[in-house]
Ligand binder design. Structure first.
Ligand SMILES: [Zn+2]
Length: 465
C-alpha cells in the first residue's frame, strides 16, 4: 500500500539559499510551459483552429534558457526538467479528468521542489543520511527528523511552508491493500447485535465537538483552544502591519511570514487532532465499522445560536471556534479514519444526516420536538432522556449498521493517480464496481478544445502523490 511520509527537515542557511533557488527555477519552467500553452491555444482559437499551431505536450524546456534567463544555467538541469515533467503530469491529470488544465503557480503559500533519484541519495551505511545535489552542484547532507522508519523512495519533494521545511515522499509499505467492497461484504455477515456493538457512530455537535456512540468524546485540548484564539488575534495584527508596509520591502515580507505562521498553527492543531481521533478509533480492536454523517453544509456553517425557543449560550465564541477549527478538522478526521480503517481491514462509511438530531436512538421515532435544547434530547414516544449529541451519534451508528446489513452499501468511486500494472504510472479508477479495481482506463476523449495530437500522447503520472 502506498503511504505518504512527511518529515521536518532543517537546511542550513546556505542550503536554504540553494533550495529556494531550485524551487524558484522549477516553478519558472512550470509557469513558462503554462504560458506557452496558453499563447498557442489563444492563437489557434483566433484562426478558427485550422491554421493554428499547438505547443506540444512534452517535457522540453531548453527553449526557455536564453540570454535573459541565463541564471537558469546555475541550477542542475534535472531540477528544470522536473519542472517540465510536473507540468506534463498536471496535463495528464487534466486529460484523465482528474483536475483542471495546469495553471500558473504562485510564489505565495507552500512552495516545493521535486527531486528525482539523480539529485538525492539516502546513505544506507550511514543511518539513512540524506545527501542532496549532483557532483557539479553539491548541496550536502540535509538534516531531517526521522520520527519513524521508511523505505527508500524513488523521488522526494522538499517543501517550505511559511519558513518551515519538510521532506515528503511516498513509499510502498508492503502491507496488503484491502478493498472496501470486500470489507463491507465481510461486515454484512455479522449478527445485527454484534455489528451494532462494534460500530462507532460519530456526530459533530456544538456542545460535544465530536461525540462517539460508544460514549467517548473528542475535543481539542483547552490549551490549543486558548492558543488558537491568541493566534487568530495575532494574525489580524500582522496582516494589518503588512498592509501598512511598503509593497516590496523586506519588512513587509517579514510581516507576511509572521501572519502565515499564525495561520499554520491552526492547521497543525487540526491535523494533529484528526490524526489522534482517527488513530484512537481505528486502533481499538473492538471497532470494525465507523459511521460519519455525510457532509452537512448547513451544520458546518451553523452557529451555536440554537432556535428562538432554545437559544444557545456564548454564541459568538462558539460559532467562531466551530467554523474555524472544527470545520476543517471534521472532514480531515473522516479522511484519515477512512484510510487508516482500510489498512486495518475495517470500514468507514457515510450516511445521510437527515433528521438525525430529531430521531430517538432507542425507539426510532422522529419528532421535531424531541430535541428540546442544544444539549437535551427527550423522546416524546418512549420518554428517554439523552444528551442530544450522543443520541445523534447512536442514530448515525444504527443507520450505518442498517445500510451494511442490507447489502446495499457501495463504495464511492475514488479517482486517483496510481501506478498501473505494467509498472508505468497512469490513472486508475477504483471503487464502484469491484471488478474495476486496478483496471486501466483510457485517457478518454480529450475535451473538444484540445488538439488531436495530444490525445495520442501517453501521459504518465509518476508523481503518485
Ligand atoms: Zn424514543
Amino acid at each position: 500500500m502506498q503511504t505518504g511520509n512527511r518529515f521536518r527537515c532543517y537546511p542550513t542557511p546556505q542550503q536554504e539559499k540553494v533550495l529556494l533557488r531550485w524551487i524558484g527555477c522549477q516553478r519558472f519552467i512550470y509557469n513558462a510551459k503554462v504560458s506557452e500553452d496558453r499563447y498557442y491555444r489563444a492563437f489557434a482559437r483566433r484562426l478558427a483552429g485550422n491554421a493554428g499551431q499547438h505547443a506540444p505536450i512534452d517535457q522540453e524546456y531548453s527553449r526557455f534558457i536564453g540570454e535573459e534567463t541565463s541564471w537558469l544555467r546555475e541550477v542542475p538541469s534535472q531540477v528544470l526538467r522536473n519542472g517540465a515533467v510536473r507540468w506534463r503530469q498536471a496535463y495528464g491529470r487534466f486529460f484523465s479528468r482528474l483536475g483542471g488544465r495546469p495553471k500558473w503557480r504562485r510564489n505565495t503559500g507552500a512552495q516545493s521542489v521535486w527531486l528525482t533519484s539523480e539529485l538525492f541519495s539516502f546513505d544506507v551505511s550511514d543511518n539513512l543520511a540524506l545527501h542532496i545535489g549532483t557532483r557539479k552542484c553539491l548541496v550536502g547532507e540535509l538534516a531531517y527528523a526521522r520520527h519513524r522508519g521508511h523505505d527508500l523512495p524513488a523521488s522526494i519533494r522538499i517543501v517550505v511552508d511559511s519558513g518551515r521545511w519538510y521532506l515528503t515522499f511516498s513509499t510502498d509499505d508492503g502491507a496488503p491493500e484491502y478493498d472496501d467492497a470486500d470489507i463491507s461484504a465481510w461486515l454484512a455477515s455479522f449478527e445485527r447485535g454484534e455489528l451494532m456493538a462494534r460500530t462507532v457512530g460519530l456526530d459533530r455537535g456544538v456542545v460535544i465537538p465530536l461525540a462517539a456512540s460508544n460514549g467517548k468524546d473528542f475535543d481539542f485540548e483547552p490549551i490549543h483552544k486558548r492558543r488558537f484564539r491568541k493566534k487568530a488575534k495575532q494574525r489580524v495584527r500582522w496582516q494589518r502591519r503588512m498592509a501598512r508596509r511598503a509593497k516590496t520591502s523586506a519588512r513587509r515580507g517579514k510581516a507576511k511570514l509572521r501572519a502565515a505562521a499564525t495561520q499554520r498553527y491552526g492547521k497543525d492543531v487540526r491535523r494533529d487532532f484528526a490524526h489522534k481521533v482517527s488513530h484512537a478509533l481505528v486502533s481499538d480492536p473492538r471497532n470494525v465499522l465507523f459511521v460519519f454523517e455525510d457532509l452537512k453544509v448547513k451544520n458546518m456553517t451553523a452557529s451555536a445560536k440554537g432556535t428562538a425557543e432554545a437559544p444557545g449560550r456564548r454564541v459568538r465564541q462558539k460559532s467562531g471556534l466551530n467554523r474555524s477549527i472544527l470545520g476543517a478538522a471534521w472532514s480531515q478526521t473522516r479522511t484519515f479514519t477512512a484510510y487508516k480503517a482500510r489498512r486495518a481491514h475495517k470500514l468507514s462509511i457515510d450516511v445521510t444526516p437527515y433528521r438525525s438530531s430529531q430521531e430517538c436512538s432507542f425507539c426510532g421515532c422522529t419528532n421535531p420536538d424531541n430535541r428540546q435544547s442544544q444539549s437535551r434530547f427527550v423522546c416524546h414516544d418512549c420518554g428517554s432522556i439523552e444528551n442530544a449529541d450522543r443520541n445523534a451519534s447512536r442514530v448515525v451508528a444504527r443507520r450505518g449498521v442498517d445500510v451494511i446489513l442490507s447489502g446495499e452499501w457501495k463504495p464511492k468511486e475514488r479517482k486517483r493517480a496510481g501506478i498501473r500494472k505494467d509498472g508505468r504510472a497512469g490513472m486508475v479508477r477504483t471503487g464502484g464496481n469491484p471488478n474495476a479495481r486496478g483496471e486501466q482506463i483510457s485517457h478518454g476523449r480529450p475535451p473538444a478544445a484540445a488538439h488531436r495530437s495530444v490525445s495520442r500522447e501517453t501521459l504518465a503520472t509518476a508523481e503518485a502523490a
